[in-house]
Design a protein around this ligand. Structure first.
Ligand code: DCS
Length: 530
């Protein structure tokens, strides 16, 4: 015991404040457990003790992971919100408006009645035995909730489920996919997840073994992907969407980037495609999707198809087609093409971000790999069961003839039409602003206008230690209370500047937001005129 303590003391003297880097010296085997505890206590209560975890000792991959969605602008916006509560006269606006994130219900969108009725009944199934329920809930909500509850082992949402999700719900989702695509789905391919994010993380964890493993990702892209790749220590291999042709995806660009990565010793394993795009709002044409599938086949890449915005389409010229449907219609069977498609309850007309429901459909992968995925899912036990139910409802909404159908379609269409008009209002307004260009929003919940910033603004940003678009967004926030996110957090062609804004606010609110942005923009451009 004394020998062990002496060893520690001499180590402490030598370490001069570097203790956190040093491991506790191994304790002689002869020591008993109480003696070991004593040594640990001595170690931790010494004068040079530092916390067990410090910023220098945490996983460096966490440090290298950036989340634009929760960056400095959002932190500042929350601080300004607090100031409004305590000293509103200090600020030139009366409200902080969060246009930075596509969280529909936090921006006032109402939930879809049918979905919430079924969820309420599943959460509290005793209601199903009460007569009053018939006056309060629609008949088909009651019937649906009863049938779901009957199919859940234990008849409760409070139990763990199978790690892939409840069987009957996966079957319902597979059926919904079949109706959507015209090619039947297989419930064994479905993994229910806590939102699409957890599926994305799972796939990155599965594929990335070192910084030599690359994932082709669009620029700009949803920071979920860069963050997830960074957390796993992989390499993000960028490919650029073409802004001048409506954020189109050119397969030649994919090929060039793949070759460059190969030359740099990166083994590219997968291609991420966001359709409709976040933050860029483009919808891919079927022919383009076919080219992407062929490219993945030729280059032995797994296609990660992020299709969370599949119900958010605002153009008559294009429609959403799943990559799965395109692959099937090209003649690829279920096992012939490696595809993982992500969907979520967070977007669409439902916008139930807080419910954390989602699924990934895994097709074409070796059954042994799928088995490993299943094992990974089981490490998390299961995704939340209420989210699983909601995902099954989203894929099987009321159909013609159901009691809720008319009310459901009215709610859905109102939301989608409001988003459509909101997106067009934004594009029109941005196009009128000097130095701003903005592509049409074909789908999704964001627009990503480009701003040509004057040199004086670039210089001012630099002297404030900021990226130019962060400087712009920060000034916009401080002047108007409107929260947007700088394009630099999403990737952009060097030398171009953008910001991301959601189209979610109601039309009335949007008119006010756009007028404030236009006013701010004019003053900003005048102030920094070269
Ligand atoms: N895929 C895309 C394209 C997304 O935009 C998001 C969320 C997700 C997946 C994951 O969402 P869920 O986990 O909720 O299903 N978008 C984030 C964003 O860009 N801002 O806030 C959320």
């Amino acid at each position: 015991m004394r020998r062990a303590l002496q060893a520690i003391t001499s180590n402490l003297a030598a370490s001069t404040g570097q203790l956190y880097r040093r491991r506790l010296p191994s304790v002689p085997r002869t020591d008993t457990l109480p003696e070991r505890l004593l040594i640990h206590r001595y170690f931790f209560f010494s004068a040079e003790r530092s916390p067990p975890i410090t910023i220098s000792t945490i996983n460096p991959k966490v440090l290298s992971c950036d989340s634009a969605v929760h960056g400095e602008i959002v932190t500042r916006a929350k601080r300004l919100q607090q100031i409004l509560l305590t000293k509103p006269s200090d600020l030139p606006f009366s409200e902080v408006i969060f246009c930075n994130v596509d969280d529909p219900q936090s921006l006032g969108q109402q939930p879809i009645t049918f979905f919430r009725e079924v969820l309420a009944l599943c959460d509290h199934p005793e209601l199903l035995d009460k007569g009053e329920v018939h006056g309060l809930f629609s008949l088909d909500s009651i019937t649906r909730a009863k049938s779901i509850m009957k199919s859940i082992p234990g008849r409760t949402v409070g139990g763990y489920s199978d790690s892939k999700g409840i069987r009957s719900l996966r079957a319902a989702i597979a059926e919904g996919i079949g109706i959507r695509d015209g090619f039947s789905g297989n419930m064994e391919d479905i993994f229910l997840t806590d939102g699409a994010s957890s599926g994305v993380h799972m796939m990155m964890r599965l594929m990335i073994t070192s910084d030599r493993d690359g994932i082709l990702c669009p620029i700009p892209h949803d920071p979920l992907y860069s963050a997830s790749i960074a957390l796993q220590g992989g390499a993000l291999v960028p490919y650029y969407l073409n802004e001048s042709t409506g954020w189109s995806l050119d397969v030649n660009e994919l090929r060039l980037r793949l070759e460059a990565a190969f030359a740099a010793g990166i083994h590219v394993r997968a291609l991420v495609v966001s359709n409709p795009g976040n933050p860029t709002g483009q919808v891919l044409a079927d022919q383009n999707q076919r080219e992407i599938i062929e490219f993945c086949r030729d280059e032995h890449l797994l296609l990660l198809a992020d299709e969370v915005y599949q119900e958010n389409i605002y153009t008559n010229k294009k429609y959403f087609t799943s990559f799965r449907k395109i692959a099937r219609s090209m003649g690829y069977g279920e096992d012939d093409f490696n595809l993982v498609s992500f969907h979520s309850v967070s977007k669409g007309y439902y916008g139930e971000c807080g419910m954390r429901g989602g699924y990934m459909e895994v097709t074409g992968l070796d059954s042994r790999v799928k088995q490993q995925l299943y094992k990974m899912a089981s490490v998390n036990l299961c995704s939340n069961v209420t989210g699983q139910i909601l995902m099954s409802l989203v894929m099987n909404p009321p159909r013609v003839g159901d009691g809720s159908y008319a009310h459901f379609t009215e709610e859905r269409d109102n939301i989608l039409s409001s988003l459509d008009q909101g997106s067009k209002m934004c594009v029109d307004a941005f196009k009128k602003m000097k130095g701003v260009t903005c592509n049409e929003v074909e789908g999704g919940l964001y627009l990503f206008p480009s701003i040509k910033l004057p040199n004086a603004a670039l210089t001012a940003a630099r002297s404030n230690g900021m990226e130019a678009d962060t400087f712009y967004c920060r000034k916009l926030l401080d002047t108007t209370g409107i929260v947007t996110l700088p394009g630099s957090g999403f990737g952009q062609v060097p030398g171009t500047w953008h910001f991301r804004m959601t189209i979610l606010p109601s039309q009335q609110k949007m008119a006010e937001i756009l007028s404030r942005i236009a006013d701010f923009h004019m003053k900003f451009m005048n102030e920094y005129r070269n």
